[in-house]
Design a protein around this ligand. Structure first.
Ligand code: AMP
Length: 304
């Protein structure tokens, strides 16, 4: 049984202060699957593309061992998203969100994926995320990502979904938006009352925080001199985090902390290059090296 990933596959237009690309491979499921593929297989993807989706992108995912039996190909255009980053790369404006084939997407989980115990719901309409869970047979760990677009547009559906989610991964501004509370510690408690036993708050170049009933853990971000394209960092985090938990099958508090560092490592690789390029040619050894570097930058020796 594999790690089931559901989300968007997209053709992105990305503008940064350094460059502009159109029709680049993107989408939440794409980044999550690629990041998770380095940990343990099989990675099972469920999503939809239009007939304009290039074959080379399909082949690249297959080359990473991603099982595409759940990928639907429909008449029409692939989901398209455009984003523009400011000089401060933490700030992004969404230029457009064209749902296209996503508008009618009905996620059908292939029979052989239904018993998968680990599920990662990438950022898509919470109604669809819920539909996925309804088809799964007793998943053990449900990890979920979402964004302001759905918090503002589909709040009720999102609240229904959260009752069935074990780990929610969102960023700091989405956290505040979801529960209308400016203080992140208070907000984390309010979110955990909505369902998830574990919450991860991503803070861009300031790292990520993990909250459980008993633990608060703060992980740094990797100190990078050059961030080329931040798109997909959050999804790569989710892929690394869930992929590592799937590989180790250990949900202890300490292992959750390691998973946060592996997630952060995958996010750091993602932003080094445009689109998915930073995730396409890695080795597990490189990932472990970055994991160790992460440990080193936050380790101190006890003093008197
Ligand atoms: P991130 O930078 O981690 O927030 O992820 C960006 C990716 O999410 C891009 O590749 C987009 O194609 C995809 N994306 C953006 N908005 C949405 C949306 N409303 N639903 C699904 N996927 C989206």
């Amino acid at each position: 049984m594999g790690l089931l990933i559901v989300g968007s596959l997209a053709l992105d237009t990305v503008i940064t202060p350094f460059d502009k690309v159109e029709g680049a491979l993107g989408g939440s499921a794409t980044y999550i699957s690629l990041a998770a593929s380095y940990f343990s297989g099989p990675v099972e993807l469920v999503g939809v593309v239009g007939n304009d989706f290039p074959d080379e992108y399909v082949r690249m995912l297959e080359d990473h061992g991603v099982d595409l039996e759940g990928l639907q190909k429909e008449e029409g255009k692939t989901f398209r998203w455009g984003g523009k980053y400011h000089y401060d790369l933490n700030v992004r404006d969404t230029l457009f969100t064209d749902l296209n084939v996503f508008e009618k997407f009905d996620p059908v989980i292939p029979e052989k994926f239904k018993k998968s115990k680990y599920v990662c719901l990438g950022n898509i309409d919470p109604t669809l995320q819920l539909k996925v869970l309804e088809q799964m047979i007793e998943p053990q760990l449900v990890v979920c990502d979402t964004m302001n677009y759905w918090i503002e547009g589909k709040k009720e559906e999102l609240l229904q979904l959260l009752k069935r989610v074990d780990v929610l991964i969102i960023n700091d501004s989405e956290t505040r938006l979801l529960v209308q509370e400016p203080n992140l510690i208070k907000a984390s408690k309010m979110i955990m009352d909505l369902g998830p036993q574990t919450l991860i708050i991503k803070k861009g170049e300031h790292g990520a925080m993990l909250f459980t009933d008993e633990t608060i853990f703060s992980a740094p971000a990797y100190p990078m001199e050059m961030i080329y394209d931040p798109t997909g960092a959050g999804d790569s985090f989710a892929g690394g985090f869930t992929g590592y938990l799937f590989k180790t099958r250990d949900l202890s508090p300490n292992n959750l902390k390691s998973a946060v560092i592996y997630g952060s490592s995958m996010a750091s690789f993602c932003v080094e290059k445009f689109s998915t390029k930073g995730l396409e040619e890695l080795s597990y050894l490189q990932i472990q090296d970055r994991y160790r570097e992460f440990l080193n930058i936050s380790r101190i020796d006890e003093t008197e």
